[in-house]
Design a protein around this ligand. Structure first.
Ligand code: PEP
Ligand code: MG
Length: 582
């Protein structure tokens, strides 16, 4: 029983991972479960129970058809075949007839009958050798779950919900995967809050790139907030106010308006060149996940793409994109950027971004076969991607960025793979830019420490601060239990970043920062003081960072930055940071 009195106002705290204020009604994202109750159905009720089952199947069929239509021409079109498989399964007699028979023969409720049928199907799958067919078991399970949820009258997955009044609904979930967040593009949500997750998890990064306020690590949000309750999400402060009274609501509406006006003002900076007060030019590039992101990049005034997380092309689908499909995706970005540089990072799969159907069984996937390690272990996948990227290089200015490099052998093998892909294209008379620069993400501490070998062998460097912090401080970036320990200002991190930038500059090797630190306006001056001249961030932050660059004088900040680098006392560091940003 719910002990809470209706409409009691209360406040909850989490980690704000995407700033801004959203006000709207809660929409609960219910996780999937196949745990069901069993009860007996009397002889006279059998027909009615069978009809109840039929209605649930029909409801799911309609839902899937609608989903198939809505994804077909959208950014998530790769979902279409996946939905089709589910529709086909639902038409099979294993779903349409068998559970009805079980209801009739065993006099049980529809949920239990379907559960029994699912167990029988699972037992049959266990005997199948073919890995592709065995994988279909997951599809069968998901279809069964949809029917169970239709029977229970609950919602599953992320479904659209019409806004009440002007405000789009707020998604409240226990946990969301990066793939779930991609689906947000299909549904207008005002914000999301999750019980789990860390600040630099890819889920959080996606929220920022969608310019959507978000809070993670709420711990009890899913249990405390009820469907349709009015909530305020303050992504900047990490605060959620449930059932606000009218004064609080008015206050937040005002703040929301002020932020809107501020955003409009910032837009005027779009075409202003990014330079410091003393005239030093700074490059502000953008990070993207999918080709559709080019539009916000252009709107932000960013002058290039510093990180295209290509692995998002591989998500929310059962198969992998072939060379042609990848080529088209890369080409559309390159053409969309109209001659501005586009840095395509090769597949950074693994960790919190598994390829569907290849769920990692590693004990610690962050330290496992991810990124370049995966690509070198799957040369065919790597080769396909490199060929597609090289082919796209003919249409603009492309750079190739390799993630997670840490050893000499990996660098050598990655470069050989690029050379081999070039050789293949040459022998097939396919045109590409022969001078495509190849760079390394500096995101494993080993790379930052042994930098000269990267400087010698690669054309440019890009510091991935998200992983560099994760690995240096031994903090899983997606784990809410240690999220509070994730500290970009830890002296070890500052010393590594400053060292990488300094060494790269001494060797005249271009160096960028493309982790979340690059888009944090509170760190802009610090990074400028370290010597950074190339930032890559989510498009939503480009103008705010530009404003800070425009108001910074490099000679004025040099002494404070030098003191920050010598400090290891948090309070002193905090005071110096405040001084730097004042
Ligand atoms: C990083 O690690 O800082 C980075 C930019 O890459 P990702 O967040 O995709 O791991
Ligand atoms: Mg990384």
């Amino acid at each position: 029983m719910d002990a809470r009195v209706t409409s009691v106002s209360f406040t909850m705290h989490g980690i704000g991972v995407s700033s801004g204020i959203a006000i709207g009604h809660a929409h609960l994202f219910i996780g999937m479960s196949t745990e069901v109750d069993q009860y007996e159905v009397a002889q006279g009720e059998i027909l009615r129970e069978q009809r109840r089952y039929d209605r649930a199947v029909k409801e799911v069929r309609d839902e899937l058809k609608e989903l198939a239509d809505s994804v077909r021409h959208s950014a998530a079109s790769e979902l279409a075949p996946f939905v089709k498989v589910h529709l086909m399964l639902l038409e099979d007699s294993a779903f349409t007839d068998a559970p009805r028979e079980i209801i009739r023969e065993r006099h049980v409720n529809a949920e239990w009958a379907l559960r029994q049928q699912l167990d029988e199907l699972s037992a049959q799958f266990a005997d199948i050798e073919d890995p592709y067919l065995r994988e279909r078991e997951e599809d069968v399970r998901q279809v069964a779950e949809r029917v169970l949820e239709a029977l229970a009258g609950t919602k599953r997955r992320i479904t659209a919900k019409p806004p009440r009044g002007e405000d789009p609904p707020i998604l409240v979930a226990r946990e969301l995967s990066p793939a779930d967040v991609i689906l947000f593009r299909e549904h207008p949500f005002g914000a999301f809050i999750t019980d789990l997750g860390g600040a630099t998890s890819h889920t959080a990064i996606m929220a920022r790139s969608l310019n959507m306020p978000a809070i993670v690590a709420m711990h009890h949000g899913r249990g405390m907030i009820r469907e349709d309750e009015l909530i305020i999400v303050d992504g900047t402060q990490g605060v959620v106010i449930v059932n606000p009274d009218k004064h609080v609501l008015a206050e937040y509406r005002l703040k929301q308006n002020e932020a809107r006006i501020e955003r409009e003002k910032l837009k005027r900076l779009k075409s202003a060149p990014a330079a410091t007060l003393d005239g030093t030019t700074v490059q502000l590039f953008a990070n993207i996940e999918l080709p559709a992101d080019v539009e916000p990049v252009r709107a932000s005034g960013a002058t290039g793409v510093g990180l295209f997380r290509s692995e998002f092309l591989f998500m929310n689908r059962r198969d992998q994109p072939d060379e042609e499909e990848q080529f088209e995706a890369y080409r559309s970005v390159v053409e969309g950027m109209k001659g501005m540089p586009v840095t395509i990072r090769t597949l950074d799969i693994g960790n919190d971004k598994p390829i569907d159907g290849q769920e990692s069984t590693a004990v610690n996937p962050a330290l496992g076969l991810r990124a370049i390690r995966y690509c070198l272990a799957e040369p065919h996948v790597f080769n396909t991607q490199l060929r597609a990227i090289l082919r796209a290089s003919k249409f603009g200015k492309v750079l190739i960025l390799i993630p997670m490099l840490s050893t000499w052998a990996e660098i050598t093998q990655a470069l050989l793979a690029v050379a081999a892909a070039k050789e293949q294209l040459r022998s097939e008379n396919i045109k590409f830019d022969d001078y495509v620069p190849v760079g390394a993400m500096i995101e494993v501490p080993a790379a930052a420490i042994a930098l000269p070998m990267f400087i010698r062998k690669l054309d440019f460097l890009s510091i991935g601060t998200n992983d560099l912090i994760q690995y240096t401080l031994a903090i899983d970036r997606a784990d809410d239990a240690v999220a509070h320990l994730y500290d970009p200002l830890h002296p070890a991190i500052l010393s590594l970043i400053a060292g990488v930038i300094r060494t790269a500059q001494q060797h005249e090797k271009p160096v960028a920062v493309c982790g979340e630190m690059a888009g944090d306006v509170e760190l802009t001056r610090l990074l400028l003081g370290f010597g950074l001249r190339n930032f890559s961030m989510h498009p939503a932050h480009v103008l705010t960072v530009k404003q800070r660059v425009l108001s910074t004088s490099l000679p004025d900040i040099a002494a404070i930055v030098a003191r920050i680098l010598k400090t290891d006392e948090p309070e002193r560091l905090q005071a110096l940071m405040e001084k730097l940003n004042s």
